[in-house]
Write a protein that binds this ligand. Structure first.
Ligand code: GLA
Length: 336
């Protein structure tokens, strides 16, 4: 009797295993039949940071042998159309930096409806109450820490120039509706405060969009109101924010000897500035890694689709202060 039960059991087990293997074989056969196609959607395709991200995503596509579909999604409408379009093209997933993080729930619903896997990059998507959507894997920069590095860099350069902090204005180019932007500039503010920079000298300017022109316009207004400072330190969410401010200051005769700007990014926007024959007020940038954000997110998405390997829920990347002087070394260190 015992033996009979044993036999039935072992038959059952082997039947289950066989079914399991057959199931797996069916899945991988389907995968072999459907070539992997991944979308990479970014809010500002013209910005060098996103161009770099795309370039590294392409590198991943070449290495892993999947098709990458790059789409610029400047607004919510374009974004929704792009997601539907990806599904129609038989993509299996996408990486996204959305035009507005508050579209998070709409992104998640569209992905589910179309049976697409989704992960976010750079700007973490939030739900209706402003909380990050934990079910969408995310890779972003460690915003607050990187902001602190900006603030510390500004303090050091003020010291090395022998500036008296009580006579210096600090321009915070703000885009507070975006959490990563708010955290970045908050980090810089806290570092300035911690080093004894007078809080009353910190001036806020709000940019309408996250590009150079919007920063230029906002800085012009702020500089017109604040003529009490002859020297400025400048920070913001990215290189474009700082560059726009530096250009506005130049328009008022405030040049490299009167302005210390430190951005975040380190792509072409910063490199072009460093390549000018004489230094401008754009003193430095905290270099972050478009390679990690473009290459790694794409590989993670590929592995999710092809190998059912779910990406880490949250990955935060670091940065290093880069100036004219150390740019070659720092970029090499970053593998760029
Ligand atoms: C945001 C900014 C970009 C860039 C990325 C980096 O998306 O808009 O300029 O700084 O973050 O993660």
């Amino acid at each position: 009797m015992k033996n009979a039960i044993k036999k039935v059991c072992s038959q059952l087990i082997s039947a289950t295993l066989t079914a399991g293997f057959l199931g797996l074989a069916a899945v991988s056969a389907a995968q072999a039949a459907d070539p992997v196609k991944i979308g990479f959607l970014v809010k500002q395709a013209e910005e060098p940071w996103f161009q770099d991200e795309w370039r590294y995503a392409e590198q991943a596509a070449k290495e892993k042998g999947f098709t990458l579909v790059k789409i610029g999604v400047a607004n919510g409408e374009k974004m929704m159309a792009a997601i539907d379009n990806l599904a129609a093209q038989k993509a299996q997933g996408f990486v996204i930096c959305a035009p507005d993080v508050k579209l998070g729930m709409a992104v998640e619903r569209a992905a589910k409806r179309n049976n697409l896997k989704v992960m976010s990059v750079d700007d973490q998507l939030v739900d209706g109450s402003g909380k990050p959507i934990a079910s969408i894997p995310h890779m972003g920069i460690s915003a607050y820490e990187i902001g602190k590095q900006v603030g510390q860099g500004l303090i050091e350069e003020m010291k090395s120039r022998g500036w008296n902090m009580t006579e210096v204005g600090a321009m915070r180019m703000a885009f507070d509706q975006l959490p990563t932007a708010r955290e970045r500039t908050q980090g810089a503010v806290d570092a300035l405060k911690a080093a004894g920079f007078p809080v009353a000298n910190i001036v806020d300017a709000a940019q309408a969009k996250t590009d150079t022109e919007s920063a230029f316009n906002a800085a012009n207004i702020a500089l017109t109101k604040q003529t009490r400072f002859k020297r400025w330190v400048v920070f913001g969410m990215n290189d474009e924010a700082v560059l726009g401010t530096v250009r506005a200051a130049e328009g008022r005769g405030l040049r490299n000897d009167a302005v210390i700007g430190i951005g975040i990014g380190g792509s072409k926007t910063a490199l072009n500035e460093f390549a000018k024959p004489s230094p401008t007020g754009f003193y430095g940038t905290v270099l972050i890694s478009p390679k990690r954000h473009g290459y790694e997110t794409s590989v993670n998405m590929y592995k999710w689709i092809a190998e059912s390997k779910v990406p880490a829920a949250l990955t935060l990347t670091t940065g290093v202060l880069m100036t004219r002087r150390n740019q070659a070394d720092v970029r090499a260190e970053f593998g760029l």
